[in-house]
Design a protein around this ligand. Structure first.
Ligand SMILES: C[S@@+](CC[C@H](N)C(=O)[O-])C[C@H]1O[C@@H](n2cnc3c(N)ncnc32)[C@H](O)[C@@H]1O
Length: 294
């Protein structure tokens, strides 16, 4: 062979049956080298952070760009419009300060960090700003980081003349302690098992976010329970799509399209979760987009 690399004996050896075995330690050490920086981040995080679940972090700039493009594909909104909404949330100092003050004063402050980093939830915010939903439901509220951000988006919509309301469901009666006034005026938390709350829910849902019990079976049952309550233009987001394909399955069975966005965390050992997106395409519309409200 003419490849000059093959002049080296080791490279020639790789192309023989003995080379397969000889190459094993080289490949394994190279892969282990990739883990080094991550191990460093894990150690630093162990001392610098107090979070022990539902980690928070920022996304890389490129990843936010990908997120904006994904939302543009789903909604048909212009990419600059989506980016403007994402920046609107990122630069909302009143919102951030409300979150940080609530974190500092909470009895959960020893298992939380006094930071406000929304990660993929910025995508949830942009969906609310673009779709202008009347009813948003999020199952699984935890501290309420998603809840307050979604209510902040509804508040902006209201300032532009479009009313909407947020409903969170959580089995933990203490969930949602970040959702403070004035944001809490736009929403409420339904305490109890999500599926039971969804069965009783009287309204029609424009934006549904699944983030409660993360077993595949429970997640799928949530989608099935909520299906008859979704409006024609509803978008369903799954916060467990990096773990199960249940939202993709639900989308296939309900004539919806499905896309998956993968988070890339910035400066955190946790590589990131994802957003599963199930959405309907308006009939007669060959483009993959929904009618965004004016
Ligand atoms: C991953 S956290 C939610 C995070 C939140 N969406 C956010 O933006 O940070 C999951 C939440 O689901 C709740 N949960 C677990 N099982 C549940 C169930 N069967 N019904 C309702 N909530 C449940 C937990 O109490 C927990 O607060």
């Amino acid at each position: 062979m003419r490849d000059s690399r093959l002049k080296r004996p080791l490279n020639r050896l790789k192309l023989t049956p003995i080379g397969v075995a000889a190459n094993i330690p080289i490949r394994v050490f190279r892969a282990l080298g990739e883990s080094g920086p991550r191990l460093g981040k894990i150690l630093a995080w162990g001392f610098q952070s107090r979070e022990d679940t539902n980690f928070t972090y920022n996304l890389t700039d490129d990843n936010l760009f990908y997120l904006a493009h994904t939302i543009a594909v789903v909604t048909g909104a212009d990419i600059q419009t989506v980016r403007t909404y994402i920046r609107e949330a990122e630069s909302d100092d009143t919102l951030k300060q409300t979150v940080i003050t609530a974190l500092q004063n909470s009895r959960f402050r020893f298992v939380s960090d006094a930071r406000c980093e929304f990660g993929r939830r910025l995508g949830w915010y942009a969906f609310v700003r673009i779709l202008k939903p009347q009813i948003v439901v999020e199952t699984g509220v935890d501290k309420g980081l998603g809840a307050i951000l979604l209510c902040a988006a509804l508040m902006k919509n209201r300032s532009e003349g479009v009313d909407g309301r947020y409903y969170g469901t959580d089995i933990n009666p203490e969930a949602g302690w970040l959702l403070r006034r004035p944001y809490s005026e736009l929403g409420e938390i339904l305490v109890g098992d999500s599926i039971q709350s969804l069965l009783k829910f009287p309204g029609r849902i424009d934006l549904f976010i699944n983030d409660s019990e993360h077993s595949a079976e429970y997640e799928y049952r949530e989608y099935q329970t909520v299906a008859p309550k979704l409006t024609e233009r509803a978008v369903v987001l799954g916060d467990n799509a990096h773990v199960t394909a249940m939202l993709a399955k639900f989308a296939s069975e309900s004539g919806m399209k499905f896309l998956y966005f993968q988070e890339m965390s910035r400066d955190h050992w946790y590589p990131g979760a994802g957003i599963g997106i199930a959405f309907k395409v308006a009939s007669g519309d060959s483009r993959m987009h929904l009618e965004a409200r004016p």
